[in-house]
Structures are given as C-alpha cells and as structure tokens.
Design a protein around this ligand. Structure first.
Ligand SMILES: [Mg+2]
Length: 312
C-alpha cells in the first residue's frame, strides 16, 4: 500500500460527469463520493479513484490482463531456469551457477488484491489521517483475495526446477511494515496477518515466514527494495521479478519526476516481459506521486511518457 502522499491529490470531481458532451453515449457510473467535505477541505484519501477501482473489481479486462502477465511470466520462468547465467537483478553478476533459483514478488496489487478497502474508502470518504487505521484494520482481516493468475503462477513456480533439479523459492518483498497494534503482543502482527492470508489462499510453505520480507524488519530494509533484493541475491539466482510499481524493480524512482521515471523504464527496456513482469495497478502507486497534487493540471498536460525510447 502506498505512503500517505500517494493519494494526496486533488479530487477529479465527478469523474464520469460528462453531461451534454456525452449525449447519446451509453450510461456510465457517476461518482457520488469523489468530493467530501468531512476531511476539512482536503480531498479524501481515495478521491478520484472510482474508475480505477471499478476496473479492478468488475472488469473482465483486468482479469484477462493480469492472467496474461502471469502466463507470460510462467513461460519466462522456464527459459530462465534453463539458463544458469540468467538473472533479473541488474546488480547480480558473476558465476551464478552455484545458486539455487528464486523469484521475487511484491505483495499488494501483485499477489493480494486490496481493491475491497479501496472501494470502502471511496464509499466512506476516508480522510488521510484515517488511512493508517483503515489499512491496518484491513490487513488484520487476513482476507484479501489473490490477484488474478498470481496463485496459479506461484504454485507452478514452486513445482519448477532448474537444470540442477533445484526448486524455485519465492521471496515476497513488501512495504507492509510492522506497526504495534493495541491488544496484541506480537512484535509484527502485520507479518502474522499476511502469512495467514497467503496460507488461506493455498500459498503457504515451510519457509514462508523467512521468505516474507517486510519493510523495517532490518535496519536497511527501508521503502527502497534494493537492499532486500540484494539480500536474496547473495543466496539465490533471481530469475524473475513481479510487481505492480516501477519501484518494485528499480531504486530511486519513488520520488522521481515522470520524465526521470520513464528514463529508467527505457534504460531497462530489455527486462520488461522477459525478466520483469508488471501487473497493472491504476488505483495508486509511485506513478501517482510523480504527477503531483494538481490533478487538473495533470489531466490537461501533454503525455509525459513518450511512445518509444531513445536509441541506445
Ligand atoms: Mg504493490
């Protein structure tokens, strides 16, 4: 889930209220919750997220897109397992043949679908100050469903073997973090909750507690995920990386500009669809932070991401 600033954006207004301009078009859902007065004049936390949340929750298109990504990832995994020099981590180099294979996956909107609380926050008009509690209440329910295709991919990956007949270990690198919870003695109730949620989806395993790497578990495990990927890379050959945010793959893009982020996308163009697989998430992410607080200006601007990449 994003940091608070992720959705600190101006409300779009009634997102589908196209009035006379849309005369003759089929009826579409109209927003009745985008603008809330209860947050002291600030937009509510999820303001402007109506269409994105509807797409995730109700469209066959999202399901098809996500399943497409995961089937392509499974095919790439087979290729990567057969090639002992193959790695999805740019900082991993040298002779990797002694290392068993691993896959790195993000959790939220990659493995677990949190569109339910997004919808709830839209309906309630949850304010920014209320978000941490609302999010933790959701995590404590341990009931997130799987992102389409993710569970099937994980089960198949764990059945796969490399050329040395070594199994694939899946490491979940998430920016869910340990936060004390009233009435609980556990040092990290969020880790317990996430483990139970994954197990309920049939995604448990003997090493799952070690394979789930939360933000802040160790001093250098901050919001940037590079240190955790490098920790995995010391013991495993990272065959694939699957996430929903550019920051799941690359360092220093969480607060970068739109142009800076896209230069990084282009600089790693050979990874996408080969060793890196990105599940669409239009609800939130560092892409939204990059747009800044003025949604109207962002809507009016020319696209900040060019169609292609500079010749390398
Ligand atoms: Mg995510």
């Amino acid at each position: 889930m994003p940091a608070r600033e992720v959705l600190r954006l101006g409300a779009i207004g009634a997102v589908a209220a196209c009035a006379a301009a849309c005369a003759g078009q089929p009826a579409q859902p109209q927003s009745s919750h985008a603008v809330q007065d209860r947050c002291g004049g600030e937009p509510a936390f999820a303001a402007g997220g109506e269409r994105a949340t509807l797409w995730i929750r109700h469209s066959s298109e999202f399901r098809a897109a996500s399943e497409t990504i995961y089937r392509a990832a499974a095919d790439a995994l087979a290729r990567g397992l057969a090639d002992p020099a193959w790695t999805a981590e740019p900082t991993q180099a040298g002779d990797l043949s002694a290392l068993p294979p691993a896959v790195i996956m993000d959790i939220d909107e990659t493995v677990l679908d949190n569109s339910g609380p997004q919808a709830e926050m839209l309906l309630k008009g949850t304010c920014f100050g209320e978000f941490p509690r609302a999010w933790d209440d959701w995590v404590a329910k341990r009931s997130a469903p799987a992102v389409p295709g993710a569970a099937e991919f994980i089960r198949a990956a764990r059945e796969a073997r490399d050329g040395e007949n070594r199994a694939v270990r899946i490491f979940f690198i998430t920016n869910r973090e340990c936060i004390p919870r009233a009435g609980r003695d556990a040092a990290c109730p969020q880790q317990d909750d996430t483990l139970v949620n994954l197990e309920a989806l049939g995604l448990g395993g003997a090493t799952l507690a070690d394979d789930l790497m939360l933000k802040g578990e160790r001093p250098d495990w901050d919001s940037e995920k590079l240190a955790r990927r490098q920790a995995v890379a010391r013991t495993h050959r990272i065959v694939l990386n699957v996430g929903d945010d550019l920051a799941d793959f690359l360092p220093a893009v969480r607060r970068a500009t739109v142009a800076e982020r896209d230069r990084e996308r282009c600089a790693h163009r050979d990874e996408w669809g080969r060793r890196w697989f990105l599940v669409p998430n239009p609800m939130y992410g560092s892409w939204l932070v990059a747009l800044g607080p003025d949604m109207d200006a962002a809507i009016a601007a020319e696209p900040g991401v060019p169609a292609g990449c500079p010749a390398s």
